[in-house]
Design a protein around this ligand. Structure first.
Ligand code: SAM
Ligand code: 2KA
Ligand code: SF4
Ligand code: MG
Length: 244
């Protein structure tokens, strides 16, 4: 049940456990709660089904209880890492769900671009901040980003940056220099959408691999020894398939 005082969570999909494919938690069994709706519209977003209004008929508003029961069902009641992603999950009311999950030993990571701050960020276990580089066509509001960081006081916070080209790489270096205390994860971008004759999960694997090699080369030549470079493991395994 949702009502004015319990507005509900707009859900695009809940899936898993699968392995976390990106960043600091890579390889860790994880249940994903993907929310619908985003205040950004990155030129290369690989989760448009959770962003574009054309897909909003697939987004369902669910109570905390309903979302929680689904997560428990998927994990068989055994505590697991839960990743809140989207869309921008910061737009949704997740405070109660996090409290509920923690009481049963679950842990929560949230993936966001850092454009919307919530006081419940302080209750997360991991906050993954992924400010968007020039190739996304978005502009970073660093004041909002900083507010997210402050709200996550005492939480493990990491930077995850998507890199397609030299301009993105320069942006990533600048972002890392602004927040030298944050561990940095770089991931090569995957190009979406696919060509007209390909299926939805299609990816340009050669392009991703070339970009990965190029990125590793840049980081090593630059002696940027604090950065970690990782591919999107789930994309290498399954392409841009949903629900994995
Ligand atoms: C789909 S977003 C959802 C969460 C949040 N809106 C954000 O962008 O952080 C999840 C992660 O996927 C990354 N991502 C989205 N499209 C991508 C692409 N084409 N290639 C590589 N990473 C991508 C984002 O940067 C983010 O780290
Ligand atoms: N396996 C897997 N790992 C992921 N890491 C970030 C994802 C996302 O789209 O937020 C994602 C996803 O959709 N699947
Ligand atoms: S901020 Fe995240 S979900 Fe929103 S459009 Fe960009 S990559 Fe997609
Ligand atoms: Mg993804």
């Amino acid at each position: 049940m949702t009502c004015a005082s319990h507005p509900g969570i707009r859900v695009s999909e809940i899936f898993g456990p699968t392995i976390q494919g990106e960043g600091v938690l890579i390889g860790l069994p994880t249940v994903f709660v993907r929310t619908g709706g985003c205040d950004y519209r990155c030129s290369w977003c690989d989760s448009l089904h959770a962003v574009d209004n054309r897909f909003r008929h697939n987004w369902l508003t669910r109570s905390t209880d309903e979302v929680w029961q689904k997560v428990r069902e998927l994990s068989g009641g055994k505590p697991v890492m839960v990743s809140l992603s989207g869309g921008n999950p910061a737009i949704q009311p997740f405070g109660e769900l996090i409290g509920r999950g923690h009481a049963e030993g679950y842990r929560f990571a949230l993936e966001t671009q850092g454009s919307v701050v919530r006081d419940w960020f302080g209750n997360l276990d991991v906050l993954v901040l992924s400010p968007k580089p020039p190739s996304s066509d978005m502009t970073t509001d660093w004041a909002a980003f900083e507010a997210c960081l402050e709200a996550a006081h005492g939480v493990q916070v990491v930077l995850k940056l998507v890199v397609f080209d030299d301009w993105d790489y320069a942006y990533a270096k600048d972002a890392a220099a602004r927040y030298p205390q944050l561990p940095v994860y770089l991931q090569p971008g995957n190009h979406t959408p696919p060509p007209a004759d390909a299926d939805d999960a299609w990816i340009d694997i050669d392009g991703i691999m070339k970009r990965m090699e190029w990125l590793v080369d840049k980081v090593i030549k630059d002696r940027w020894f604090e950065a970690r470079v990782l591919p999107q493991l789930h994309v290498l395994l399954w392409g841009n398939k949903r629900g994995v």
